[in-house]
Design a protein around this ligand. Structure first.
Ligand code: SF4
Length: 358
């Protein structure tokens, strides 16, 4: 059975080539071709001899996520619907559909990727929650979304790439695979992204936050806060009953931030729910003594029973936080017309069984 190579670390590739009787530096060449050059076809790995490439084609395979459909937005973003799993001889990897979004901007591109197919966390403002958890992604399926999106847009790439783990799934509930992928993304010999350009967003899985704090190589951390009290957060994000605000924020206070590193608190503003000046003042108190910045994300009207906040309430919310020393930015979601915006990644328009969600 051919061995799947996508998602393997430098060490694992070295071991793999050693099992073929090859010298260890061939593993490093394979790693470079896969992640730095984004070559998914052994024949194109011209940094290795032809005989080895032919052997690899027999003994191994590289299976990037397959693009099922592209949804280009008027704002230049592209939402990708990928199909994963189900390869011949790979009965363990259940076929599933996932999504990623490529967002070009002046001087950089941001790629939002998924870490699970569906999600078990059940945030009430999120369409992905309606899918439930289908399965965890493998390291190759996670890193593969970045490689394919970069390759697809090769002609128009800006010098800087940001990756946000904010698509389908809760990354800290698929910890090992997510971190294996992140290590490849951050490895200067791999995809070579800067740690401050890779952001993992969590709904607040406290044991995962504590574990992440002990990692030598780790991404920036964003906490999806979205509420100013336990009562409100319990109603919006049931995970809060397991890890209430005092426990979550205590974990943030204990997190070993590096010099110049910040927490980002993501706050989806839902009109009439969590967007009052009193909410803003409570948020200020919650994040006191944490080196934090806040991203306010005005709700995107969708299929869920929430409404967008008014422009005045967004402005006032931001003014209160900034006035109390919390750097605060308003992030308008990209790709709203193709359901690529925050909380909207639920396979809209997909020819998958989830088409019922349309
Ligand atoms: S917001 Fe994130 S953690 Fe919450 S249900 Fe959606 S995908 Fe899961």
């Amino acid at each position: 059975m051919p061995v799947e190579l996508l998602g393997k670390s430098a060490e694992e590739l070295r071991e793999f080539v050693a099992s073929l009787g090859e010298r260890p530096f061939r593993g490093a060449q394979l790693y470079h071709a896969l992640y730095a050059e984004r070559r998914f076809d052994f024949a194109a790995m011209t940094n290795m001899p032809a005989a080895l490439r032919e052997r690899l084609a027999r003994e191994a395979r590289i299976t990037p996520p397959r693009i099922v459909r592209r949804f280009p937005s008027v704002d230049g973003s592209i939402r990708y619907l990928f199909s994963i799993g189900g390869a011949i001889g790979d009965e363990g990897a259940k076929p599933a559909h996932i999504e990623a979004v490529f967002m070009p901007r002046e001087g950089r591109q941001t790629i939002c990727i998924s870490t699970q197919a569906g999600c078990a966390v059940d945030c009430h403002f999120c369409l992905t929650a309606q899918l439930g958890l289908i399965r965890n992604l493998t390291p190759g399926e996670i890193v593969g979304q970045v490689l394919v999106a970069l390759e697809e847009n090769r002609e128009q790439l800006a010098p800087q790439t940001n990756v946000v783990l904010m698509g389908q799934g809760e990354p800290l509930l698929n910890y090992d695979a997510t971190m294996a992928a992140v290590r490849i993304l951050l490895d200067p010999k791999g995809v070579a992204l800067a740690p401050r350009h890779v952001t993992l967003s969590t709904s607040g899985i406290v044991p995962g936050i504590e574990r992440l704090g002990k990692e030598k190589v780790r991404p920036s951390l964003a906490i999806s806060l979205n509420a100013s009290s336990d009562e409100q957060r319990d109603a919006l994000m049931p995970i809060n009953r397991k890890y209430p605000l005092d426990v979550l924020l205590d974990a943030c206070r204990r997190y070993p931030l590096r010099p110049r590193e910040y927490f980002t608190f993501e706050y989806v503003l839902l009109g009439g729910v969590n967007d009052t000046p009193e909410d803003a003042r409570r948020v200020v108190r919650l994040v006191a003594h944490i080196r934090a910045k806040a991203n306010l994300i005005p709700w995107n009207p969708g299929n869920l029973p929430f409404r967008a906040p008014t422009a005045e309430s967004v402005e006032e919310f931001q003014r209160i936080l900034v006035g109390k020393g919390v750097p605060t930015f308003v992030r308008y979601s990209r790709g709203q017309d193709v359901f690529a915006a925050c909380g909207q990644l639920a396979l809209m328009g997909s020819p998958s069984p989830f088409v019922a969600l349309q």
